[in-house]
Ligand binder design. Sequence first.
Ligand code: XIL
Length: 335
Amino acid sequence: AQEKGLKDYYKKYFPIGVAVNMRAIQGPEADLIEKEFNSVTPENDMKMGSIHPEENRYNWTNADAIVDFATKHNIRIRGHNLLWHTQAPGWMFKDSVGNPVSKAVLLARLKAHITTVVNRYKGKIYAWDVVNEAIDDTPANYLRNTRWYKICGDEFIAKAFEYAHAADPKAELFYNDYNSEDESKREKIYRLLKSLKDAGVPITGVGMQGHWKLSDPSPEMIRKAIERYASLGLKIQITELDITVRERNAQRSANTPLPVDSGLTPTLAQRQADRYREIFEIFRQYKKVITGVTFWNVSDRYSWLDMRGGGLAGGAAASEATTRMVRKAYPLLFD
Ligand code: XIL
């Protein structure tokens, strides 16, 4: 028999998931995924821009490969995501001469997209992040002023859930966001979720992304958010968990030398271990409402926190080169 993994220790609680891409399922991380996890989320390959790059062309290659990998290994799959303001294809919002499309056209395109994608993986993907990050971060604003919002007003959110439900009535449907423990943002998310519930929109739960730090958000903030969302009768999943040990982003102005990465020191590793214990104690206490916990990436070698944006690399290959140049996040359980 195979050695026990995290998923086995958590059998009584909830599935333990991980974000994956082609490299992860084909390379050395694949064994770790099979051993430790019983849920996967495609990190990028099901986002609208990847899977639907042109109006009449879908790109299923990577998404299918991930679904096949998971199915073969008896791993459940969360789909991510059906609607986001980022990684969305430009054609979606424009007509043939480049002008913004009408609300009717945009909703028709959204419906075609959601119907096609959800239908393809019907019965294989058990849960979808339907709408990602629609709430604004500034306290003064409610919804984020995206191309979706500018063209459709707030209606696109309920519509997205309805289209997904029509395509696969058995799929669990989530609203997913970050900083969902922050009081001001939490209340706006609550307001959105409540309005959807009150209107009878088919929503199963809320994804709290969980891109957290060593001491923020506090355990109290995490508990309050879980209880607040659960009070609506919704399920909760922690969808993108990682805990950076980097206190702040590296200075990257042209004439400032980049700070040297000090590595994951024993002190930081211990603080992170304590922090992971603290939050998993909370998750276990709320096992009645928490139906999944997913880590955002497999190992510290390839965390998105080290690969995104500006001076930080911009690709997997550059990850190791940057180790010596910037502070790395070391946010995950595996090295
Ligand atoms: C990130 C991926 O990890 C990166 O590879 C990509 O460059 C940008 O998106 N919130 C989400 C995820 O919902 O889809 C994001 O994933 C991380 C933040």
